[in-house]
Structure formats: structure tokens, C-alpha cells
Design a protein around this ligand. Structure first.
Ligand code: ADP
Ligand code: MG
Length: 345
């Protein structure tokens, strides 16, 4: 699931990442101050940076890297150690409590989002070539065949055993893995006694507490139409901001752009005018799953969904006309050079 960054997209993502990080550095002065430490490493198929402050900051950074690598080995569909890999290969497997918990959360998200978030989409994402980098535009008949094998109701979870109801099924935790990892790494950093830290998982940001001076962390949301610009700034305190965008991983064929977030109803990249969804809440796994799901839902359904769950999360939605919409709960911590509309409850 993490191993399909190839060529141009990879380069683009690294550039975007550097821009976001340089924004973070510019805006927030990471590394400044006497007791701040930063580290950067590659894990979970993305560049991860962690900056931590306080007496135990140095120790927290090593623990953070170790924890990321542990989760990479557990959740990647490529690693020989990966439980998910074993399940996909055998169609049934005894999994660790941790993997079962993540899968159960994914299944909850499936029902909650009316199927917009669906980890059984793996064979379809695979056919499009997003894992191998061998991109391919499937025929309708191929997609309708594969769609028969998707849907979380076809996953059987009994205690620690997960099995597939149909042959040829497979799951992919790529839509929530980085969010889950951010929760776990934040927990690790906190357990070292750190009260102020900021971490980025390929541009998805987890803020532990505030800046060392107690003020909020300022985090840029990338402009989906221009990867050298940002659409707005969020001010976070003990919150996570996770973005799903069609501009992140894609390929082009015959002038058409195909991205990696698939609408489980059609088996094709979601195509509804929404170009970026950022979720803000206090849970990385929830933010990650919902950013993917709301991107698939499109604007109207996403707003309706938010109104039903506005106690759980907030969102910034951007569309292909570069219009920016911000839900009421975060209107005071969002700012932009462009005009934006507040979505009320
Ligand atoms: P990224 O991981 O690139 O930051 P997302 O969190 O939106 O972006 O996750 C997209 C990944 O999730 C895809 O690469 C694929 O592995 C998987 N995926 C694609 N469509 C869906 C979907 N509708 N539901 C669940 N997972 C999906
Ligand atoms: Mg996601």
C-alpha cells in the first residue's frame, strides 16, 4: 500500500512536502529556541518530520522513528512482516489486536460514510496501477467484475480472525494508516514527557499541545491548483489536520488526469468537483478516513455528513473553482488571503 510512489509523482510530492515544511519552518520557527529538536525520515511511504521541544525532546524523536517503522512493518502490504499482506495472500488470517482494532475502525467508517470509505477497494486501486506504478485505465467490464468483490459486509471478523467471503478480495489500509500512525507517534512523544511537538506525515500534520510559548501551531493547507502556494492557514492546538487531494498521487493519459482516491460506487477516481478536503479533529485515524470519504462524497453530501457529525470533526473543502469552504467550528482558527465561505450547522 505504501510502495507505489514512482517517478514524477514522487518528485512532485517531495517538492510539495518541502514547500509545506518550509512553510512550517517559516511560519512557526521550528528548530528555534534552546530545547527544540527536529528529525526527518522516510517511513509509511512518505517523508515524516517530527519537531519536539522540552527536556526529553531528543529521546522522543528516536522513539517516534522507532514507532513509525514498527507500524510500517505491521501495516504495509509489501513488507514480509506485514499482517495485512498475509491476510491478502491467504484470504484469512489471525491478526494482532492492534490490526483488528484498525480494521474494525475502518469498517465503522465504511458504515458511517455509507460506503464512501472502503478498505476492500484494494483490487481496484491495484488494477489502476497505483501500487506498482504501472498505470492503466481499466475497462468498464473489468471494473464491474472487480466491484462484485468489494464492500466491507463481505469481510468476516470473528475475534482475532479476519477472512474474506469471496476469493480475490483484499484490503488496503492506505486511507487511514498515516492517520493511525500519527496518533501512535503523538502518543509515543507524549509518553516521553513532551508537551510541545509538531509532526508531519507527508503534509498531514499532528500538533501536540501548542508551540513552546503556548501559542497555537500554524499549519499551511496546500492550494490544490498550485503546488507552490497555499490556500490557507490553520492554527492548531492538540489537533490533527489531514488532507486528501486528487493532486497528490495521479497519472495522466490522453490528457485526462487519474488520481488515487477511488469512488467505491464506480471503481473510478472520484470526480465531483472537490479537489481537496482537510479534516481537523483530535483523532488522526478518524481525520484520515474522513478526509478520503468526504473527498469521495463531493460537496453536498460532505456538508450533509458534517452537519450530522459536527461534534466529531471540522473540515476545509476546496473545489475546482478554487472556492474555499470552512465549517463553523474552525472558522476562528482558519485564515486565508482568499475569500472563504463558512458552512454553518
Ligand atoms: P494519501 O494516503 O495519499 O494521503 P488518502 O488518505 O486519501 O491519501 O488515501 C488514499 C489511499 O487510500 C489510496 O492510495 C488507496 O490506497 C486508498 N483508497 C483509495 N480510495 C479509497 C476509498 N474510497 N476508501 C478507502 N481507501 C481508499
Ligand atoms: Mg485518508
Amino acid at each position: 500500500m505504501y510502495n507505489y510512489l514512482k517517478g514524477e509523482n514522487q518528485l512532485k510530492r517531495v517538492v510539495v512536502f518541502l514547500i509545506i515544511i518550509s512553510n512550517i519552518l517559516l511560519l512557526f520557527g521550528c528548530g528555534a529556541g534552546t530545547s527544540g529538536y527536529s528529525t526527518e525520515f522516510f517511513s509509511m511511504d512518505t517523508v515524516i518530520t517530527v519537531s519536539a521541544y522540552g527536556k526529553k525532546a531528543d529521546e522522543a524523536l528516536s522513539a517516534a522513528e522507532k514507532e513509525s517503522n514498527r507500524l510500517n512493518d505491521l501495516l504495509s502490504v509489501n513488507g514480509p512482516e506485514s499482517e495485512i499482506n498475509r491476510l491478502n495472500a491467504d484470504g484469512s488470517a489471525v491478526l494482532s489486536e492492534e490490526s483488528i482494532n484498525i480494521i474494525n475502525t475502518a469498517v465503522d467508517l465504511y458504515y458511517m460514510t455509507d460506503g464512501a470509505f472502503d478498505i476492500t477497494i484494494y483490487p481496484i486501486v491495484d488494477l489502476w496501477g497505483f501500487y506498482t506504478g504501472e498505470h492503466y485505465v481499466p475497462k468498464d467490464s473489468e471494473l464491474s467484475e472487480l466491484l462484485k468483490n468489494t464492500g466491507c459486509e463481505k469481510l468476516v471478523i470473528e475475534g482475532s480472525v479476519v477472512s474474506f467471503e469471496l476469493p480475490d478480495m483484499a484490503i488496503d489500509l492506505g486511507g487511514i494508516a498515516k492517520g493511525y500512525a500519527s496518533d501512535k507517534v503523538a502518543e509515543t512523544v507524549r509518553s516521553c514527557g513532551v508537551k510541545s511537538a509538531i509532526m508531519s506525515f507527508g503534509g498531514n500534520v499532528y500538533a501536540v499541545g501548542g508551540r513552546p510559548d503556548g501559542s497555537r501551531w500554524r499549519v499551511a493547507i496546500q492550494d490544490p491548483a498550485d503546488n507552490s502556494a497555499y490556500a490557507g492557514i490553520l492554527e492548531l492546538y492538540d489537533q490533527v489536520a489531514i488532507t486528501s487531494g486528487g493532486y497528490q498521487r495521479f497519472f495522466e493519459q490522453d490528457g485526462v488526469r487519474y488520481h488515487h482516491i477511488i469512488d467505491p460506487d464506480t471503481g473510478r477516481p472520484a470526480d465531483n468537483g472537490v479537489t481537496s478536503v482537510t479534516i481537523v479533529c483530535d483523532s488522526g485515524i478518524l481525520a484520515d478516513g474522513l478526509s478520503t470519504a468526504l473527498f469521495v462524497m463531493g460537496y453536498d453530501k460532505a456538508v450533509e455528513f458534517w452537519r450530522e457529525h459536527s461534534d466529531m470533526f471540522d473540515a476545509v473543502i476546496i473545489n475546482d473553482r478554487s472556492e474555499i469552504f470552512v465549517t463553523e467550528g474552525i472558522k476562528d482558527i482558519f485564515s486565508s488571503d482568499s475569500a472563504f465561505e463558512v458552512i454553518s450547522r
